[in-house]
Design a protein around this ligand. Sequence first.
Ligand SMILES: NC(=O)c1ccc[n+]([C@@H]2O[C@H](COP(=O)([O-])OP(=O)(O)OC[C@H]3O[C@@H](n4cnc5c(N)ncnc54)[C@H](OP(=O)(O)O)[C@@H]3O)[C@@H](O)[C@H]2O)c1
Length: 304
Amino acid sequence: MKYVDIAGIKASAVALGCMRMEALDKKGVNAVLSGAMRAGINFFDHADIYGRGSSEEKFGGFLKENPSVRKDIFIQTKCGIANGGYDFSKNHVLEAVNGSLKRLNTDYVDFLLLHRPDTLMEPDEVAAAFDELERAGKVRNFGVSNFNPWQIKLLKTCVKQPIAANQLQLSVTEAGMITSGFNVNMKNDASAVRDGGVLEYCRIEGITIQAWSPLQYGFFGGTYVGNREKFPALNAKFDELSVKYGVSPSAIAFAWLLRHPAKIQVVAGSMNPVHIAEAAAGADVTLTRSEWYGIYFAAGHTLP
Ligand SMILES: NC(=O)c1ccc[n+]([C@@H]2O[C@H](COP(=O)([O-])OP(=O)(O)OC[C@H]3O[C@@H](n4cnc5c(N)ncnc54)[C@H](OP(=O)(O)O)[C@@H]3O)[C@@H](O)[C@H]2O)c1
C-alpha cells in the first residue's frame, strides 16, 4: 500500500468509503473491515447521512467488539446535509458531530469534512464550531467536500485550522477538473471550468483531494470498469494493463488516479472484500506517462 500525508498522518492512498455499509449484516461488516485492513487500508470515510446513520452505527458496532483497532485507523466523517437542505450553523455542526461520535462508538474523529457547500454558511459560526470541537478533543483535523477554491477561501476568512482535504468526484470518466486544465482558452466544451480550478488550487495549498466514486460514471450511473458495452476502448485498455501489471482492471483504474502528482487519495466504495483487495492493489502500480495518457484517451478524452 502506498501512503499519502494528510495533515501529518500516514493515510493509505486507498481509503474505504462506508456509504454503502448500510446494506451489510454484522458478518458482512466484519468481513469488509477486516479485509480492508488486511489490504493495508487504514482510513475510513463516513458521513452522518449514510444510511441515515446506520453506516456509522454498523462501523461503531465493529469498533465496540474490536476496540484495539481504533488506535491503528483514521476515521473521517462529514456533516452539513440536514434540515431539508444544507446546514453549517454552529449548533448543527456540534450536534452532528456528537451524533456521529455516539454512533461510531469513539471519542474522536480524525477528520471532519463539511459535506456540500452551504450558501447560507456564516464562516464565523463554522469557525466557532471547529474551535469548540478541537478544544474538546472531538475532532483532530478539518476539511471540506465538493468545495471550489473561492468557497474554501471564504471559509478560511474565519476558520484558523488548516483545510486538510477536499473530497470531490473524480474518475477517468468524470475528470472535468483535469480536462479543463488541458483545454484552457479552447472553444470547446472540455475547456469549461466548472470547479474554479480546484485541482491546481488544492495542489498549491497542500489540500489532499479525496476522489469519491472512483469507479462510477455520471452521478452513480454504474461502474465503468467491466462495462464493455458503454466503455469498450477503456475496458480494452484496462484489460491490457491488468495483464501487464498482474492486477485487476479496477486496480488499473485506481492506479490512474494515484499516478497524478496531486497525491490524490482514492475513496473506494466497494463492500465486497475481494473487490476491495483487488482495487487496493492499484496503489502498488505506478503507470508510465504514456499509459496514463492512453487510459485518458481510451475514456474518450482528447488533447488540443
Ligand atoms: N463527498 C461526497 O459528496 C461523496 C459522494 C459519494 C460518495 N462519497 C464517498 O465515496 C465513497 C465511494 O463512492 P462509491 O461507492 O460511489 O464508489 P465506487 O468505488 O466508485 O463504487 C462502488 C460500487 O461499485 C461496485 N463495483 C462493481 N464492480 C466493482 C469492482 N470490480 N471493484 C470495485 N467495486 C465494484 C461496488 O460493488 P461491490 O460492493 O459489489 O464491490 C459498489 O457498488 C463512498 O463510500 C463515500 O464514502 C462521497
